[in-house]
Ligand binder design. Structure first.
Ligand code: ARG
Length: 450
């Protein structure tokens, strides 16, 4: 039987049931029970229900929590949603007393609470995974030692940098994603219990008591906001989507790096797949799916925002769909944060040396140290580049005469600057692509994720 049968003479049609009943919220079961225990305990503390009855209800709810933990809670087709299932089971376990659980509460404040409780725990899980990804990046960065690669701008070789510096750029992105999850948790941990259907109650509910029983120090200030808002579901989904986008960028590079054309990396057999047709293939499917699944997370963000646009206050059934979006995005991220670091951790790096062109800026900067304005120095090296390209040579082929023809303030020893590893060794600016900076970053990233 539905929770709302009283007003109806006919039961719900199969069509209505199939279309409106929710089973995506089944995963909320343990959190739904936790919220109900806090709610009914508040009803006891405020004297709305006698303590003896509260004890019976709490006992029944704890038994349900046990069934959930052991994975033997039995769902029935007639359960409209997780809330109905719990109330039905409570009735089976404790009889008539169970009918008092919903005093001063509606499924509207209940689902708002369940979502906050669940997402707050999931955020902790994602933070743990993101910190794990940062640690994997640190380990790989450390293992590649003084391997250097070109940095790219416009996908053109730009400057020589440690490969570790390139990898650690992603560590900082994932660290910020973890900070975002931590930040959204602070806003999630505000209890909506007591908002009831939309306007509160004539019973003397005490939202501060239920909040503190949940271990939270804050409760809602406006009941309509409490049941009708889903900005936090959107915020959580955004953090998932952004983190998936970071994963997707890393995935794209992992894919490029293992092409014959790049030839930077080889991944472990156990984390790559073969082709049914082409015997030579070793495909980076994990990375390709991470890149592909970022599309799904972005789609869910669009969905959860669109869901709210144009909704009148307060609760509308549309809001049931928030779970499709936020669970969908969170599941994609959880899976990706498990698989992508595993692929990366299996990598062996063997990038070819950067071209000597990556030293062009170093030549301009040596003139700057001699008092030449940067713009003039840039033009001088530009002239050198043109002369070399015209004679089909690279920067490494430049002679003393070429340097002097470009600018008389060059010196013979400047030819030594045309060496990518030298370029990295001479790099001094903080946070730049130097081995010192990589060491500092590793220490700082480990301190922050330790
Ligand atoms: N299944 C609903 C949801 O996910 C729970 C709230 C239902 N409230 C209601 N008045 N029908 O949002």
């Amino acid at each position: 039987m539905t929770l709302w049968a009283g007003r109806f003479s006919d039961g719900p049609s199969d069509v209505l049931w199939r279309y409106t009943a929710s089973d995506i919220d089944r995963r909320l079961l343990p959190w739904d029970v936790k919220g109900s225990i806090a709610h009914v305990s508040m009803l006891g503390r405020t004297g709305i229900l006698p303590e003896a009855e509260v004890e019976v209800i709490v006992g029944g709810l704890e038994a349900i929590a046990g069934e959930a933990a052991d994975d033997d809670f039995e769902w029935q087709d007639g359960d409209e949603d997780v809330h109905t299932a719990v109330e039905r089971r409570l009735g089976e376990l404790v009889g008539g007393a169970g009918g008092r659980l919903h005093t001063g509460r509606s499924r509207n404040d209940q689902i708002a609470l369940d979502l906050r409780l669940y997402l707050s725990d999931m955020a902790l899980d994602r933070i743990r995974q993101l910190h794990g990804a940062v640690r994997t990046l640190c380990e790989v960065a450390e293992s590649v030692g003084e391997t250097i690669v070109p940095s790219y701008t416009h996908l053109q070789q730009a400057q020589a940098v440690p490969l570790a510096h390139h990898l650690l750029a992603y560590a900082w992105m994932f660290l910020r994603d973890a900070q975002r999850f931590d930040d959204v948790r602070r806003r999630l941990e505000v209890s909506p219990l007591g908002a009831n259907a939309s306007g509160g109650s004539s019973l003397p509910l005490d939202p501060a008591v239920s909040a503190s029983l949940l271990g939270w120090s804050e409760h809602f200030q406006n009941s309509m906001d409490a049941v009708g808002s889903r900005d936090l579901a959107a915020e959580y989904t955004f953090v998932c989507a952004q983190s998936m986008v970071h994963a997707s960028r890393l995935a794209e590079e992992l894919i490029q790096w293992t092409t014959t054309e790049f030839g930077w990396a080889t991944y472990g057999d156990e984390f790559t797949t073969g082709s049914s047709a082409l015997p030579q293939k070793k495909n980076p499917d994990i990375a390709e799916l991470a890149r592909g699944r970022a599309a799904g997370a972005i789609g869910q963000l669009t969905a959860v925002l669109s869901l709210q646009k144009g909704l009148p206050l307060a609760y509308n059934r549309d809001l049931q769909e928030d779970k499709v979006a936020v669970f969908g995005a969170d599941d994609l991220l959880a899976g990706t944060l498990e698989a992508l670091p595993a692929l990366l951790g299996s990598a062996e790096f063997h990038p070819p040396a950067p071209s000597s062109w990556v030293c062009a800026l170093d030549l301009a900067e040596v003139l700057v140290t001699r008092g030449v304005p940067f713009r003039e120095a840039h033009h001088a090296v530009g002239r050198l580049v043109t002369a070399l390209v015209e004679s089909d040579r690279r920067l490494a082929d430049a002679t003393e005469a070429d340097l002097l023809a470009a600018d008389e303030r060059f010196e013979t020893a400047d030819l030594e600057l045309i060496d990518p590893i030298e370029s990295v060794r001479r790099r001094v600016s903080p946070g730049g692509g130097s081995f010192e900076s990589v060491g500092e970053q590793l220490a700082e990233l480990r301190r922050r994720t330790g």
